[in-house]
Design a protein around this ligand. Sequence first.
Ligand code: DGP
Length: 110
Amino acid sequence: MQNCIFCKIIAREIPGDIVFEDDSIIAFRDIQPLAPVHVLVVPKEHYRSLDELPSGDLLNAGNILLAIKNVAEQLGVSGGYKVVTNCGEPAGQVVPHLHFHILAGKKFVP
Ligand code: DGP
């Protein structure tokens, strides 16, 4: 989608510190980390937030969940991480492209 910063990272129009990628999902380090490990897991298809993920889309939903688990494992934080998605501006969502924060380390903002 035009003017979406995460779509631009996916399309390699702007740089991202990518730690994982497959056909439908990408994960890259957050540019403003709130924790020693702070990675965003992002479906490549543009949904504004979890609210927009189609109810029947179990494939996407399951793939995202498994990607989070696999990325956490790859980052070496299995057993000690938090997953957060901000759904809508009132919840603090700034980038309107569905993404899941993986946060790990001694100190992080919940
Ligand atoms: P949220 O508040 O859930 O929408 O979080 C958006 C996160 O995206 C925030 O922690 C900062 C991060 N972010 C914003 N712009 C960029 C960018 O251009 N590159 C990367 N890697 N992260 C970004």
